[in-house]
Each structure stands twice: as C-alpha cells, then as structure tokens.
Design a protein around this ligand. Structure first.
Ligand code: BG6
Ligand code: MG
Length: 220
C-alpha cells in the first residue's frame, strides 16, 4: 500500500541540481581550481555546509578556512545560486512532475516535499508548486543531513503516515540511503549511476502514473 509520496526537490521536481553545480563551480574557480561535474555529483542531497567541504576537499583546500570564512564562502555560493532561482518559472518544473502530483493527490494519497535545501520554499513559490504539497520539510527544519533519515521521517510524521506506506522519490544516493534507513521504499529518479539501491528506477515522470507506481512497487 502507498499512502504518501515524498519528493526530494533538487533534481527530482526541478532541475536546480544544475544551478547548485554552476554556483559551486564558480566559487571553485575563484579559489583557483576546477570543480568538475563528476565531483559535483557528491554534493547532491548534501547540506550547504557539507557541500562546501566537498568542494574545498576537491581543491585540496580542506582545513584552510576558519568557520567564519567558510560561512562567507557558503553565503557567496548561495547568493550566486539565488540569482539563478530568481529567474525560475513554472516552465522549469521537470516534465510530468505536476501531472504526477495531481494524479497522486486525486487518489487521496498525500504528497510531501522532503528537501535538504533552505531555499525550498522560495523555489516552490516561484514554480507555483506549493499548493500541490500537503507538507513541506526542508533544510530549515532538519539538523541531520541525508543519508540520515530525519527529513523523510519528519515529512511522514507531518501527514501522519507510517514509513511503511511511504515512497520516496530521489535523485541522489544519499537520499536513497536515507529512505532505506527510514524504512521507506524509494524511486531513483533520472540517470544517475549511483541509485542502484533504489526499490525501482524512473528515467522521467513524463507519462508516469500513480497506477504504474503502485503496480511496480506494491507487487509483493
Ligand atoms: C539539496 C541539494 O537538495 O540541498 C544539495 O541536492 C544542496 O546540492 C542542498 O547543497 C542544500 O541546499 P541550499 O539551497 O540550502 O543551499
Ligand atoms: Mg536531489
């Protein structure tokens, strides 16, 4: 049975993973090194400050900055990221996502956003998606980053759903692990190579229906 669908935001609902990467790569360039897209994969699903550590390590700069300097670097990246976000429109919602959310809700199944991002609310509002979620749990309410299951457990609790009836949609390995640690099934969204632990894979939401999800995931 599926009573609740929990969606990661970046890379699942909208293609902001690209903007996160571009903002980190620009910061790295300022610091004197290239941060490659492959290295960028490791920042997916990871909190802002933990992502900064990944970037600094890639440039051999770990341990080089004080806590205050790291805060400043993260703020600089976020300002750059928000410049991309401020240009976003509903057209940037990934194909099929809005239709799938409507389909899920029409079955009486709850929809929850479970994101590590502190900018999730801004993005939902810019893309007109907020009314399609029964609850939103984001980086402002969570203290332990994925793969810790906190964000998904809080999301399920917000709509009073048991983990066993929740399905998590994720594009990051850390998120798939978080779902599994929460006792939830998961759908690995997109072509990422590191999602093999997901209960099932989904290339795109375009044409995907709740009935197809239930058939695939509830077979057992
Ligand atoms: C996650 C992204 O959703 O949010 C990460 O996958 C990002 O790449 C994290 O670092 C934190 O986002 P923000 O918007 O709070 O910096
Ligand atoms: Mg993601």
């Amino acid at each position: 049975m599926i009573d609740c669908c929990i969606f990661d935001l970046d890379g699942v609902v909208v293609d902001t993973a690209r903007y996160h990467y571009l903002a980190w790569a620009a910061l790295a360039r300022e610091l004197g090194f290239e941060f490659t897209p492959v290295q960028g994969e490791a920042t997916k699903g990871v909190s802002r400050m933990a992502s900064l550590e990944i970037v600094l390590r890639a440039g051999g700069l770990e341990g080089r900055f004080s806590a205050a300097e790291r805060e400043r670097l993260a703020a600089e990246k976020n300002a750059r990221y928000l410049r991309f976000v401020s240009q976003m429109t509903p057209a940037e919602v990934l194909p099929g996502v809005a239709a799938f959310l409507h389909d899920v809700r029409s079955r009486g199944v709850r929809t929850v956003l479970g994101s590590a991002s502190k900018n999730a609310g801004t993005i939902l509002d810019r893309c007109g998606l907020r009314p399609l979620f029964d609850a939103v749990v984001d980086g402002n309410e969570v203290s332990r980053a994925k793969p810790d299951p906190e964000v998904f457990l809080k999301g399920a609790a917000a709509v009073d759903a048991a983990p066993s009836v929740c399905v998590v949609f994720e594009d990051a390995a850390a998120g798939i692990e978080a779902a599994s640690r929460a006792g939830m099934r998961s759908v690995g969204v997109g072509g990422g190579a590191s999602l093999s632990a997901a209960t099932m894979r989904l290339e795109t939401f375009a044409g995907f229906t709740f009935e197809q999800l239930a058939m695939k995931i509830d077979r057992d």
